[in-house]
Design a protein around this ligand. Structure first.
Ligand SMILES: [Mn+2]
Length: 345
């Protein structure tokens, strides 16, 4: 591990901890539409603040804008997270640690209130905003791994609940280690420690949260039926799908989309694609690509979204998924692929 990185992590921990101990209330927040990494990081950071730092539980609030999901119920600490309509007003004038995202609009749909102190731990490559204290390392495997290096690396032992939360984030954001490369290979050492100290058997561990509801499976079936392989302008061939039904439940849409996503990069000669599913009256576009094809982060950013070079998302307001798809296809036809090519870092 790079010496400079470790010093920076230590410094973050020191400064964050002394500020948190003095704060009237400590808020920890993860982004809207949280994924495994956001939830895992949030639980682990919550345990650091309450158990290791010793801040009384009624002075710490783990927050997320949106609805609670069944998927994570087996994780100790998940019950501590408060899912709220919007975190915006709640954190006004507060001390906040932002996880797995850096810009305010990833966390809230409301206008940004004044904050007394803002800290951020993130690994996304999009332009965020300035925080009083930040550890933003693009190219890092996951926010969970950053949380490990900052808060737990120097601990003699790590509790099982923290091992599980951190591993949830790591497995999620590395696609079970599929996205590991020379740059982020440090994640293996971390996973080794977590599996050992948490006494975790990965298949058994995953079976506790890697499931979908029957409703989600039904929506996934519709996505498969509606899937098309298309070619627009000079873009590489892509696979896309959307649902024609209105939104039943955001979590159903999310689960169905994530099942479909696992097939986007599976068809030979079709290196990228997207799936559009409803969220209330809006719709959400999830894009995936193989290295060397399309930089989907740059495409998503074009529509106000973000993410990683090969996995990103954006949203469209007040339109049906079908209209959003037509709009997207038209945009591809009218825009040149060259500016959105994925290049190896
Ligand atoms: Mn992440």
């Amino acid at each position: 591990m790079d010496e400079g990185f470790l010093l920076k992590a230590k410094d973050f921990r020191k400064r964050f901890s002394s500020k948190a101990l003095k704060a009237e209330k400590v808020f920890v927040a993860c982004h809207i539409g949280p994924d495994d990494d956001a939830i895992g990081s949030l639980i682990a950071a919550y345990f650091y603040i309450t158990k290791i730092l010793g801040v009384n539980e009624d002075r710490v609030e783990a927050l997320c804008t949106g609805n609670r999901m069944d998927r994570y119920s087996c994780f100790e600490g998940y019950e501590k997270i408060r899912f709220v309509r919007d975190i915006g007003r709640r954190v006004e004038n507060g001390f906040v640690l932002f996880l797995d995202g850096s810009s305010w609009n990833r966390f809230s749909g409301e206008e940004k209130p004044n904050l007394s102190f803002s800290a951020c731990i993130d690994h996304h490559d999009s332009e965020g905003e300035l925080h009083d204290l930040s550890m933003i390392v693009p190219g890092f495997s996951s926010t969970a791994e950053l949380v490990y290096h900052i808060f737990f690396r120097d601990e003699k032992s790590i509790g099982k609940e923290v091992c599980e939360a951190l591993l949830l984030g790591i497995l999620g954001d590395t696609g079970n280690f599929s996205y590991v490369n020379r740059e982020n290979k440090s994640v293996f050492r971390v996973a080794e420690r977590l599996v050992g100290e948490g006494n975790i058997s990965i298949q058994d561990f995953e079976s506790k949260y890697e499931f979908v509801s029957e409703e989600s499976f039904d929506m996934f079936k519709e996505l498969v039926v509606n899937a098309e392989i298309l070619e627009s302008g000079n873009w590489p061939k892509y696979i896309c799908s959307h649902t024609k039904k209105p939104c039943v439940d955001n979590n159903v849409s999310k689960e169905a989309a994530s099942m479909f996503i696992s097939y986007i990069r599976q068809v030979r000669g079709v290196p990228w694609g997207f799936v559009i599913t409803p969220r209330n009256s809006n719709c959400s576009v999830s894009l995936r690509s193989l290295p060397g094809s399309v930089n989907v982060r740059e495409v998503a950013e074009r529509f106000g979204g973000g993410g990683h070079d090969l996995a990103a998302g954006c949203g469209f307001e007040e339109v049906s998924c079908g209209d959003a798809k037509d709009f997207f296809v038209k945009w591809l036809e009218e825009n040149d692929y060259e500016g959105y090519r994925h290049r190896f870092g």
